[in-house]
Ligand binder design. Sequence first.
Ligand code: NAD
Length: 282
Amino acid sequence: MDIQKIMVIGSGQMGAGIAQVCAQANFTVILHDLKEEFLNRGYQSIEKQLQKQLEKGRISRQEKDETLQRITTSLDLSNASSSDMVIEAVVEKMDVKTALFQELDRLANEQAILATNTSSLPITEIAAATKQPERVIGMHFMNPVPVMALVEIIRGLATADEVYEQTRDLAKRLKKVPVEVNDFPGFVSNRILMPMINEAIYTVYEGVASPEAIDEVMKLGMNHPMGPLALADFIGLDTCLLIMETLQAGFGDDKYRPCPLLRKYVKAGWLGRKTGRGFYSY
Ligand code: NAD
């Protein structure tokens, strides 16, 4: 099947970024969310990103306009019927994702690939919620999507070879570098990254150093472009907590126990950049 039309579900920071790179690679895109205000926020963030690229001379005004014209918005999931590929980027909760995949299984074109951008949840379990698990696959983009080259590709136990091949080829058409990894909690990226972020939060919690000092140590000492706490704020502390919980439940090992300070911040609604406050104020 030749992929031409892609539906992106969830117009948050990841969904908007995925919709943008798909539209910039000449695909027709349907951006779907639960409410008009969420769609407006997503669409505006794409417009802002493209404007920045225009100002830096990376794209022309015509390219910007044509990219935006390729994106339509949707509040009706049955729009999935006209798509060749669906990429889901909603909240990192298994029950939300499985309910959505059950609906997609019913509403999407039978040939369509159903991909999830989950950061940590088992693809096999999401796929098992559908009647066609062979067409479900993990396509894990990095944040910010327009900037980061990597896409982790994760096959579920039942994923068909041709679904894998088409997804890998799609990543290349989006000018990304696909890396195939196996279906274990957190895959490779968040299995390694998230315990480091969690440890950085424990380091604040235990009073070893301030967030600024911890980030400075990791930037200057380890050559990380961003400190782990600034990165946690960027990812979203709610998402960080959900990923740690997935690792802890998936491996049953105490080394993945989320730091109580992370829980506290999430309970307070301090979710990082997206709410204006996390380890830093924005
Ligand atoms: P976000 O909170 O910015 O956006 C989620 C969007 O999904 C919201 O607009 C919300 O309204 C929408 N949504 C929720 N339930 C929905 C439903 N049933 N149908 C349609 N839309 C729905 O979250 P995000 O940071 O963009 O993360 C989305 C997914 O991407 C998660 O699975 C996350 O783990 C993954 N991810 C996040 C990052 C990151 O750095 N934040 C990186 C890679 C992958």
